[in-house]
Design a protein around this ligand. Structure first.
Ligand SMILES: O=C(O)CCC(=O)Nc1ccc(C(=O)O)c(C(=O)O)c1
Length: 464
């Protein structure tokens, strides 16, 4: 994206949810002026006066990243946490040579096919510490014409006295420290100390993270879908409220999920996400499973997008994987975001929610780096005694009770509704209820040529 003229709107805290999308080039300004930020907004002086920062991510363009900082903070200490090994790590180190203020921390990835997928910023200001958890790679293309999600914490003030815990009712600080500890990296120690030293009592979301490993016993419920199951069984919705509320997953890639839906998707994974309060006390009681909708871009969603077929480059679902799981297609719904003006902004965001059939309420909502894969959410092994996770992932869970609601919170993708209702309304990234694929729709496959219909630019797709 070309450097924008100075943004008209001052930074708008979308209190209390603080959930934003990235700005999108070439859509009507009304869809970028509220509830949308770009990286320059996030790093601007208006957010705080930086002392140092740390980025956890998968892809980095260092030269571009440095230019997103204000001139005055372009030389401040910057730590990049990545998962690159071997030749890729050498390339990271070579690129960092040009930037004396940049240091690198490689996350250990000891299980094959794992990725360092987590996308988080730790921003240390002269006045405090801010945490940003999001879904965009640190490359220009991810911040230009896609739909990406961003949760922005308040600025946490330094703790008055170091003996105070300074945690919130959601255990945000404890869980974030537990996540960082899992890297077992000396390079992260300063940032663990910064987190320890700040008062996070106002954090109103739960951390849902994944770290690679074969997690057993007390570690088993700390990560992936079992962490979510634990939080929902303790603080989730009443079964009576949500019994016919569908579960919705929305993501930009899909792993190999097995020979049929019962192998993992509707049993292990969906049962964790469908967990309600008190579930762990109802072991063995078979509760009816709600409808499952999976929002994943169709070929035409990509073809007609602002980027045309090229937009499908960041939706890496391969026909090799898809051909093993034709049973998945009936769950698919189109990417439609008329309310946010982003139907043509390819979704790289990942979200999961349990919403009312009419799409006006949600029992909970998650924005995360985690796609629909066992690598990200975990797969039970050894008769359920261990949860095997391959990748690092990080997301935040919004529960109604932390936003002044008893059972569910109002949601809408129409920002005029969000802004005009005096009740805090969650700004959805897409339209609810979801729309199933129409006849002739097929899922987007990154490695299948498309020569039958031209895209936005009149081009075909001949995968690289
Ligand atoms: O993993 C699989 O089973 C299929 C391959 C895949 O999905 N790879 C991948 C890698 C990086 C990112 C990222 O952008 O961080 C994303 C994403 O976010 O869609 C996806």
């Amino acid at each position: 994206c070309s450097p924008e003229k100075r943004p008209k709107q001052a930074y708008q805290e979308l209190q209390p949810f603080n959930f934003f999308l990235t700005k999108v080039k070439d859509i009507k300004n009304q869809y970028n002026s509220t509830g949308a930020l770009n990286l320059k907004d996030l790093l601007s002086e208006r957010m705080g006066s930086l002392k140092s920062s740390c980025h956890f991510n998968f892809m980095f363009d260092m030269e571009w990243l440095v230019k997103q900082y204000p001139e005055s903070s372009r030389k401040l200490p910057l730590l990049l946490v990545h998962g690159d090994q071997g030749r890729d790590e050498l390339r990271m180190k070579a690129e960092a040579q040009d930037f004396p203020h940049i240091s690198l921390c490689r996350a250990p990835l000891d299980i094959p096919y794992g990725t360092h997928h987590t996308k988080m910023m730790l921003l240390l200001y002269t006045t405090g510490l801010r945490v940003v958890i999001h879904t965009a790679n640190l490359i220009p293309n991810d911040w230009c014409q896609k739909t990406q999600g961003i949760w922005v914490s308040p600025v946490f003030s330094p703790l008055a006295n170091a003996s105070e815990k300074g945690d919130s009712p959601t255990g945000f600080k404890t869980d974030l420290l537990q996540y960082l500890a899992a890297y077992k990296s000396g390079k992260l120690a300063p940032w663990e100390r910064h987190i320890q030293a700040h008062d996070m009592k106002t954090a109103n979301v739960h951390i849902i993270g994944s770290v690679p490993g074969r997690h057993v016993l007390s570690q088993k419920n700390c990560w992936g879908h079992l962490k979510l199951k634990k939080v929902l069984s303790e603080r989730g919705p009443e079964p009576t409220l949500v019994q016919n509320w569908p579960l919705l997953g929305q993501f930009s890639s899909i792993g190999s999920l097995g020979p049929n839906k019962e192998a993992w998707l509707t049993t292990e994974w969906a049962q964790s996400l469908n967990t309600c309060k008190g579930a762990l006390m109802m072991q063995g009681v078979k509760t009816p499973q709600p409808k499952l909708n999976l929002v994943f871009p169709s070929k035409d969603n990509i073809r007609l997008s602002l980027e045309g077929y090229n937009g499908g480059g960041c939706v890496p679902y391969s026909i090799k994987t898809a051909s093993k799981q034709p049973w998945l297609t009936p769950f698919f719904c189109q990417w439609i975001s008329e309310g946010r003006g982003r139907t043509k902004a390819v979704p790289h965001i990942k979200t999961y929610t349990r919403h009312s059939p009419d799409g006006t309420q949600a029992a909970w909502f998650i924005v995360t780096s985690a796609n629909l894969s066992k690598a990200a959410w975990g797969a039970l092994e050894k008769k359920g005694s261990q949860l095997m996770i391959r990748s690092y992932e990080l997301g935040v869970l919004f529960l109604p009770q932390y936003f002044g609601y008893k059972t569910s919170f109002p949601v809408s993708s129409k920002l005029e509704d969000v802004e005009k209702s005096e009740k805090a309304t969650f700004p959805l990234p897409y339209d609810l209820p979801p729309t199933t694929y129409v006849r002739g729709d097929r899922p987007w496959f990154v490695d299948v040529p498309c020569v039958d219909l031209p895209d936005t630019f009149g081009n075909n797709w001949c995968p690289p």
